[in-house]
Ligand binder design. Sequence first.
Ligand SMILES: [Zn+2]
Length: 151
Amino acid sequence: MNPYLNLHPTSPFGERTNPISGFHPGCDYRPVDKKTYAGISGIVTRAERGSHGEVFFVQVQGKIKDTIFYANSYHNENNFVQKGESVSFDTVVAESGATGITTGIHIHHEIRSYNLSSPFIKKLMGLIPSHIEGNHVFLTLINFINISIVK
Ligand SMILES: [Zn+2]
């Protein structure tokens, strides 16, 4: 079961004008019970804790059909996992919070991949909203989880 189906999205993936302009490369969610999920099954590659008001975030690296993806969650109050840990897409990896630049408690979750030439990425980009930036592509989280569960 995709845990993000139960969360209320507060700011969608895509171009936005308020309160911050530019492309929003992830989805924002109002957490339930302050839970932040991994988003992909794999290994925790970063679990960072700022000490001067910086954003706390968790990055999980997972592989689907020979393509490597990174799922990042930001603004966490507390990270519950450490680098090197194995997690499932629905593992609670952090307590949601409002660290870093934000107007309140929310989850900012994004999925990216650097394997721009993989056939699977090309297929995904034709199926779900995506955005290329430099050497990587951002994909919409909720659609991505559905596809990765069904894979
Ligand atoms: Zn966001």
